[in-house]
Design a protein around this ligand. Structure first.
Ligand code: BGC
Length: 708
């Protein structure tokens, strides 16, 4: 807007260099026994215009104090931007992103982000560091929990849904929060899944796997983007001009703010590409990074970099313009205190709790079931066993914002509510004989195993993503009793456990389900609700298979058990334990062949594909239906399967519904050998079904005709 531009230029003219650098500087809150706060030195920096944004300050009153220091005490009265990691809920905690991805429901993804934004904004937060858009194929990497799984198409839809939910279509709303797409790009590809290690992958993988979700977030209007901490093929992303300026700004047209990751500007020195703060600041700023998160390197280094001729004042000004434009768009100049109005109406909080329960039910994936679930209503004695049975705090996962264990429903509490007539016998499993006694006295055992929240997330890589040894010993002892055993796995990643899948009567993947974990699980165990999730990533059979994902490219020697010299292992199968899209429910579905609306398709035309799905079980159910393509002959190799659409259907017993997909020819183009998007003529297979397991997919063909 003209007025905004004039206001920004007016401010820029009035600003000293120190004030300009201040707008590019994010300080972190101080911490004392009572929580986060701003101590006198930081309040003085704010009043002096040496800080433009704040990380990790929580609570409406603390934020109000900080905002007043900027708006009332600083020379130019530029409001502060208060920022926090609000990934999957603020006070009401929803399932972790990997869990919520399993719902395959963009509308749900938007609604939970909206609720999180309303709660966070009520406390004064104006920007969140979400959505995390790292396509993740390595469960050793702890941050896979923050991702939407292995697939770029799903992650791109997740990106759009989350940006819409956090930001709405008007950032100036007092309940809107700016979103930050992160971590750009390829962070999930760290060597051997080890946190903060380097990554090195091809241009094709960048284009086909890592960039699409970020492109989608830019198209959805994301306000900010964060480069990853790591280096990619020799260039730290914080200093990656080709990607930050070349791809994000020039190619994608991103005109929002680039915020460094925590201390990443200073870490350019440890990466070995900058000798001192001035060089580090210059590298980041010249690459395109507008805000230095917490490291103080812009404050320390930018004036010196300017004096040495390493940066130009025009580059600093351009970054300041973007920061001020974001603050204007957020309405902070007009109403600096509009966010932070505090308490929400009880009815709103109640609605968010109901949403958390719904989201948790949709996120649970029923991995296997021999009929043990749902549990019969008349089950008399239930043993609830394991370290995660009564662990409300663990349900919140690694990014819990303002979530409280005391406001979280444990599995034990959920089971007690769902089975009011049953005698529930609880044992945490630390004492195996006591747990076995509880199990012996029961009709069925509910075993709660997996990871605590601090075993996944940032800096929580695990070389062996397995169920901890002590829990395995407990589980094996319980299995030996021969009772029906239903296992609920809490985790931020798929856990390699073939031994468990051999013996358990039913297994549920519950991820970290959030505030309503116990109630949602109770709904599913009792059959009041059917499990709705499907795996957003392949579940490895063995850690040695990692990375295992459905979108592999063909080999010249496809696996053939009869032929030794083919692509396989001597010691483990190629197939994962469960493929992408796997997930059972309490009914079964039967799929017809897909029907294509046309036999040939030209550039710009739309293809409609229909598939009928019949509920052939006894209860109502929901099902995610997938549409993949396969291009069997092209100028470069194409993946064995590529997801191009998904949708969720609902059907009553005996009901048959039609899923309908619309594809443009863009779905069939790909980067050619020179990296340019190209639509090639020829045949494309369209495959539809309940997941990526090829035996379950049915197909039809269309012919692409181009003018080539
Ligand atoms: C993480 C980011 C996060 C930031 C701020 C970093 O350690 O990598 O994802 O947004 O901290 O908390």
């Amino acid at each position: 807007m003209m007025e905004d531009a004039a206001r920004i230029e007016g401010l820029l003219r009035a600003m000293t260099l120190e004030e300009k650098v201040g707008q590019l500087t994010m300080i972190r809150a101080d911490f004392d026994a009572a929580g986060s706060t701003l101590l006198a030195p930081k309040l003085a920096d704010i009043a002096a215009g040496r800080a433009g944004s704040v990380l990790d300050l929580r609570g409406a009153s603390a934020i109000l104090l900080g905002q007043k220091a900027a708006v009332e005490n600083s020379r130019l009265k530029i409001p502060l931007l208060f920022t926090l990691d609000v990934l999957h809920g603020y006070r009401t905690i929803f399932p972790v992103p990997l869990g919520e991805a399993a719902a395959f429901e963009p509308d749900l993804w938007t609604r939970t982000a909206r609720a999180a934004a309303v709660e966070a904004a009520a406390d004064g937060i104006a920007l969140t560091y979400a959505p995390m858009l790292d396509v993740a194929r390595d469960p050793r990497w702890g941050r896979i929990v923050e991702s939407a799984g292995e697939d770029p198409f799903v992650t791109a839809r997740f990106a759009e849904a989350k940006v819409k939910g956090f930001q709405t279509d008007d950032l100036a709303r007092s309940d809107a929060v700016a979103a930050t797409a992160k971590h750009f790009a390829g962070y999930a590809a760290v060597n051997a899944g080890r946190e903060y290690a380097s990554a090195d992958f091809s241009q094709r993988t960048l284009e086909e796997v890592y960039l699409p979700p970020f492109a989608a977030s830019v198209n959805a209007g994301v306000a900010a983007i964060m480069p990853a901490f790591i280096e990619l093929a020799g260039v730290p992303l914080t200093a990656h001009r080709a990607l930050l300026t070349g791809v994000l700004r020039k190619r994608f047209g991103f005109d929002g703010v680039l915020v460094s990751d925590f201390f990443a500007v200073a870490e350019l020195i440890k990466h070995g590409v900058a000798a001192d703060a001035a060089e580090a600041a210059a590298l980041a700023l010249n690459a395109g990074v507008d805000i230095d998160m917490a490291s103080g390197t812009y404050t320390e280094g930018l004036p010196e970099a300017l004096a040495r001729g390493l940066v130009r004042i025009e580059t600093i000004d351009a970054a300041v313009r973007r920061v001020l434009a974001l603050k204007l768009a957020l309405g902070l100049f007009e109403k600096p205190y509009a966010r932070g109005e505090g308490a929400l109406a009880p009815a709103t909080i109640e609605a968010y709790r109901a949403l958390a329960r719904e989201a948790a039910r949709q996120s649970v994936v029923l991995l296997q079931n021999n009929g043990a679930l749902p549990l019969p209503a008349q089950t008399g004695r239930l043993a609830v066993i394991g370290p995660l049975a009564d662990a409300p705090g663990e349900m919140l996962g690694p990014w819990r914002a303002a979530g409280e264990a005391s406001e979280t429903v444990s599995f034990l509490a959920g089971v007690e509510t769902a089975f009011p007539q049953a005698t529930v016998i609880h044992a945490n499993g630390g004492d195996i004989p006591a747990a076995l006694e509880a199990a012996r006295a029961s009709d069925a055992v509910l075993l709660f195993l997996g990871e605590t929240a601090n075993m996944s997330g940032e800096a929580n890589s695990r070389a062996r993503p397995v169920i901890p040894e002590a829990q395995r010993a407990l589980a094996e002892a319980v299995f030996a009793l021969g009772k029906p055993v239903i296992v609920t796995l809490t985790s931020g990643r798929p856990l390699v456990a073939p031994w468990l899948f051999e013996k358990a009567h039913a297994v549920l993947a519950a991820w970290f389900l959030g505030s309503e974990a116990g109630n949602a699980l109770g709904d599913i165990l009792s059959g009041a609700a059917a499990p709705g999730g499907k795996l957003p990533l392949s579940w490895p059979f063995d850690a040695g298979q990692i990375p295992v994902y459905y979108g592999e490219r063909p080999t010249g020697r496809p696996a053939d058990p009869e032929n030794h010299d083919t692509s396989k292992y001597l010691d483990v199968p190629n197939a994962p334990q469960f493929p992408f899209g796997h997930g059972l429910t309490y009914t079964r579905f039967d799929y017809t062949e897909p029907r294509a609306s046309v036999a040939t398709l030209r550039p710009g035309e739309i293809l409609t594909v229909e598939v009928d799905i019949a509920n052939i079980g006894d209860v109502a159910g929901e099902e995610t239906v997938y549409l993949f393509i396969r291009d069997p002959l092209a100028s470069v190799t194409r993946p064995l399967l590529e997801l191009k659409a998904f949708t969720r259907i609902k059907a009553l017993p005996g009901e048959r519904v039609t899923a309908r997909f619309h594809l443009t020819t863009d779905a069939f183009s790909f980067p050619d050998a020179d990296g340019k998007p190209r639509l090639e003529p020829g045949e494309i297979e369209i495959l539809t079904g309940p997941g990526a397991a090829s035996s379950l997919l049915k197909r039809c063909r269309v012919h692409i005709v181009t003018n080539e």
